[in-house]
Design a protein around this ligand. Sequence first.
Ligand code: EPU
Length: 346
Amino acid sequence: MIVESNASLQPHNTFGIVAKAKTMVRVKGAADVHAVLAHPELSREPLFVLGGGSNIVLTGDVKAVVLKVEVAGRTILEDGPKATIVEFGAGENWHEAVTWTMDQGLGGLENLALIPGTVGASPVQNIGAYGIELQDRFESLDAIDLMTGREFTLDATQCAFGYRDSVFKHSPARDSDFGLAGRALILRVRMRLPKPWKPVLGYLDLHRKVQESGITQPTARQVYDWVCAIRSAKLPDPRVIGNAGSFFKNPTVTPEQCQDIIARDPGIVHYPMPDGTVKLAAGWLIDACGWKGKSVGQAGVYDKQALVLVNRGGATGGEVVTLARAIQTSVYERFGIRLEPEPVVV
Ligand code: EPU
């Protein structure tokens, strides 16, 4: 077990915020977690699981013991007639894992290319982009209970996936035992890549690529290249400009609420959902309030996508949170909608 004291967390959060962990343990496998749980001092401290740090805002040094997940591994577990099952260690970089599947000639994850973060964080958020969510390709995962040290496996139903949501984002409430927030460390994730592969091109930006290129029967690699090009054009690369992807979830409203907004703002981008609700583009709402390019200290709103908050260099977590609150207030005042942040404020 590798234990570091006063470890810098700046390289471990995609916002690039300067903060330290009093104690950080690099978790290469279940044995490291067992060692922490059996340790005379570490076992008494609160624990904090950190993946690629692509979904957190650090507002100060972290006092809990940071378990930095670095479990490695990429394997084709099963190559059956209906699907290929691949397994990744939770510490693998998500985009590199997607690229690896492409190199193996396996389609299915291409729409999720270039999403920052680790494989282990992907089910927590139920990451999604360009018409596919992780849950559409998820098979199962192995995790370890940080209270008991017991290892367990969950299938998709047990993960209770929702829009940018899962069992890992909920704390056990008093009236139910649903929720594994802060309690589980994901070790391995298995994905089911269906056969035959079919492209998912319904999303407007991809549809445009088909029309521009005239390629109506693209390969998985072609779709992967398109997704990389679309994302690179409108989302900042966290290695260059610190950010945590979309900062807010796209809110859903009733059709009546949507009509109300359309009556005042006919341009609002909205998508009817299968359950009868309407999803609104939070980026559009923020943009309409004039936030694009604005800043609080060194925290800013990205000028090509208002849903993304960026670190213009040396931003503090406090500045990011202040900016986020100001955006929430102005969207609420103008549209009566409360935006819910995606990242966890630590
Ligand atoms: N829009 C504006 N102004 C802006 C930003 C967006 O008018 O500043 C409009 C766009 O023109 C578009 C609509 O809003 O008509 C939606 O924008 P976009 O297609 O960029 O997608 P999004 O809803 O902003 C979501 C996900 C992204 C994902 C893309 C593609 C959420 C919170 N975000 O963004 O996920 O990559 O769709 O599927 O659901 C993430 O979660 O970190 C993330 C990047």
